[in-house]
Design a protein around this ligand. Structure first.
Ligand code: PMP
Length: 300
């Protein structure tokens, strides 16, 4: 009997053009990705909607994957549309409706620092709850700063970039917090390790415009929903003073969805979550991902 949070005896994954049982999939211990973290990935959520399974914002995710690969000069033989079709088949083959989809591009054997000539394309999916639970998070300010774009291309979802976030998260948990909030190199608030950050003050929202953030797809969607509500969103530098004066705050991300922050460094948010703009946006988000059919299995 297989003990895994991600697959069972029957689970099938896509690997380099083939459908392979997850339990039988293998890779070389000389893969350049294992040694240097070269490669890229995505995280996409599929939701059951009344009109079928929706792969939320699939187009944006596959475009970001292709962008990430371009940054590393890695070529794969699939277009955005083909990746979408493969993912659709993957969900069908595994009988998954509400699932997290993980496309991963990893490298062949190569010990040089130049990208290996051959890349592998793997796509797996599994049922996964909200990454950080349902919210009310207690955040701590991390001693690990987000890298800036002169050090790492942070608009790309590169495997190696994630060491930074793992260190911040690990530090936060060790201190008894739920998650970290990270600075950029200028000393302004950037984001959480795997999610974007918003704060509310006087009925308006603020989110970082720093060059050190990964400007997430959920962040963009939530900003559109805020616009629909008539709420002004400022993309600007988020100073530590703004944190002290925040009425409310929340995190956004594909795996995280939209979740509330209860406190930052022990300082409680002034508004009850139910009375915040974030709460309204979280509700709209939950409704749209499960009801909108405009994006159902079509690339948008
Ligand atoms: N920042 C980082 C570093 C992330 O890994 C993620 C998750 N992909 C996000 C932000 C949120 O991005 P998205 O809304 O596109 O999932």
């Amino acid at each position: 009997m297989i003990q895994s949070n991600y697959y069972n005896d029957k689970t099938v994954i896509f690997l380099d053009g083939n459908w392979v049982k997850a339990k039988e999939a293998t890779t070389s211990v000389f893969s350049q990705t294992l040694h240097y973290g070269i490669g890229a990935f995505e995280g996409i959520r599929a939701y059951q909607t009344p009109s079928g399974i929706s792969l939320f914002k699939a187009g944006s995710h596959f475009r970001r994957l292709l962008h990430s690969l371009e940054v590393l000069s890695i070529k794969i033989p699939y277009t955005e549309e083909e990746l979408f079709d493969i993912t659709q088949k993957l969900l069908q083959k595994n009988n998954l409706r509400n699932a997290y989809v993980r496309p991963l591009v990893y490298m062949n054997e190569d010990m040089r620092l130049t990208p290996a000539r051959k890349a592998h394309v793997m796509i797996a999916a599994w049922e996964w709850g909200q990454l950080l639970g349902s919210g009310e998070l207690n955040l701590t300010l991390s001693t690990f700063y987000r890298p800036e774009k002169k050090s790492l291309p942070i608009t790309a979802k590169l495997i190696g970039n994630y060491t930074n976030g793992v260190l911040a998260s690990q530090e936060a948990r060790a201190k008894g917090f739920d998650e970290a909030l990270m600075f950029d190199v200028q000393g302004n608030i950037a984001q959480a390790p795997g999610a974007n950050f918003f704060l509310e003050r006087d009925g308006e929202l603020y989110t970082s415009s720093s060059a050190s953030i990964m400007s997430g797809i959920t962040r963009k969607v939530v900003m559109e929903y805020a616009k629909e509500l008539g709420v002004k969103v400022h993309e600007q530098a988020i100073t530590i003073d703004m944190i002290h004066n925040a009425d409310s705050a929340f995190l956004t991300g594909t795996a995280t969805e939209v979740v509330s922050v209860r406190s930052i460094e022990g300082e409680q948010m002034k508004l009850a979550w139910e009375d915040s703009i974030g709460s309204q946006l979280a509700e709209i988000y939950q409704h749209r991902i499960r009801n909108d059919d405009y994006h159902s299995m079509t690339i948008v």
